[in-house]
Design a protein around this ligand. Structure first.
Ligand code: ATP
Length: 368
């Protein structure tokens, strides 16, 4: 299980900076995801690790070995691509054996290793089939076996599931994680699909404009994003403009654009706004509680808003609402998900109260 260290990596294409001083440490055996908006540098970083690109500056270490300038075939990495990149005229077994034959491994050993690799992706029974006689999911399994058979130091996956339909993607996700964990592989996985990353990664890095915006476990990234971009990129959220007031022990207090006070916690524990600084509150749609029983006291309690339900969409396990707070100065509408809705609120002139726990309110800097 090799650890991977990326130290101050810089790569530009002409005048376009693709990676700006990237620092990253991936532990041995970790399934690590690279995520971020299109053009943020994910593929460039993966290609530098694979050896297809030589960085302008910085270092890449596999364990203690500096591989920054090694050609791809000397790094012992296994690659899995979106396009599978299999030889259509060869059988499944011949495709998987190819890398071993190039390495001049003895015939008997090749046969055993090909069988073991195909067995690990549940494809041993298809070993004599031609690639053209396989489904997309089966082809991607063969591509995975071909990467595993060389016993790579690490596995690099470049959007491996994007050519598959939604159901197969779900199945293959868990399978890829199982294969990596069974083989004890360090794996780096590039995807656009945040659900893929949330569901199977150990940790992930969110890239933004060639820089790392945040590194964390799925739970840390989802529940405590450091920036507006990270909060927006992973999952859905509502941003409410607010003015920072003060700390109350561990909890922070702000006055929202609706005039209502909100208590919550900072996304980035290293950030402290000044009093009265303009900030954002990020509150995910599923964190709100919607009710039509409102007490007669004039103002709603802290962390809640009174308003009207706009459009509603009933989806069985969840109802989705557009919620418009009753406040003349507020510019935001909120998206609210009610899980297990027993009845569905419909647009009317009736007032509803929405409230949220401080644990689900994330304070963010009001910048990009
Ligand atoms: P996507 O999600 O769209 O695949 P990405 O995050 O993988 O994007 P990269 O492909 O790494 O992004 O690209 C990072 C930046 O470098 C982009 O601005 C891109 O236009 C530029 N770039 C990438 N490859 C090249 C190249 N071969 N020549 C010139 N510019 C490139």
């Amino acid at each position: 299980m090799v650890s991977i260290k990326i130290d101050r990596l810089v790569k530009s294409f002409g005048s376009t900076p693709a990676l700006c001083e990237i620092n990253l440490e991936i532990k041995g055996g970790e399934l690590f995801f690279l995520l971020g908006p299109s053009g943020c540098g994910k593929t460039t970083l993966l290609r530098c690790i694979a050896g297809f690109y030589i960085p302008d500056k910085g270092q890449i270490l596999f364990g203690n070995e500096d591989v920054t300038k090694l050609p791809p075939h000397k790094r012992n990495t296994g690659m899995v691509f979106q396009s599978y990149a299999l030889w259509p005229h060869m059988t499944v077994a011949q495709n998987v054996a190819f890398g071993l034959e190039e390495r001049k491994i003895p015939r008997d050993e090749i046969r055993q290793r090909v069988y073991d690799a195909l067995e690990s992706v549940r494809m041993a029974q298809f070993s004599e089939r031609k690639i053209t006689q396989l489904s997309g999911g089966q082809q991607q399994r063969v591509a995975l076996a071909r990467a595993l058979v060389i016993r790579p130091k690490c596995l690099l996956l470049d959007e491996p599931l994007s050519n598959l339909d939604a159901k197969l993607r779900l199945e293959m996700r868990t399978e890829i994680r199982k294969v990596c964990k069974d083989a004890g592989l360090t794996a780096i996985y590039v995807t656009h699909d945040q659900k893929e990353a949330l569901s199977i990664s150990d940790r992930m890095a969110i890239l933004e404009g060639g820089k790392i915006a945040q590194i964390g476990t799925p739970n840390e990234i989802y529940r405590r994003p450091h920036t507006k971009t990270v909060a927006d990129f992973i999952g859905e959220t509502n941003f409410i403009k607010a003015r920072f007031l003060q700390k109350d022990g561990e909890m922070w207090i702000a006055e929202s654009e609706f005039g209502q006070l909100f208590a919550g916690y900072p996304g980035n524990p290293k950030w402290t706004p000044s009093p009265n600084e303009s900030i954002l509150l990020s509150i995910r749609p599923e964190c709100w509680n919607l009710t039509d029983s409102i007490s007669n006291s004039s103002s709603p309690p802290r962390n809640s808003l009174i308003g009207k339900v706009g459009e509603s969409v009933y989806l069985g396990e969840v109802a989705q609402y557009r919620f418009v707070p009753n406040h003349p100065n507020g510019t935001s509408e909120l998206k609210i998900f009610e899980l297990n809705p027993r009845t569905v609120a419909r647009p009317s002139s009736k007032d509803y109260l929405v409230s949220v726990s401080p644990d689900d309110v994330v304070f963010l800097p009001n910048s990009a």
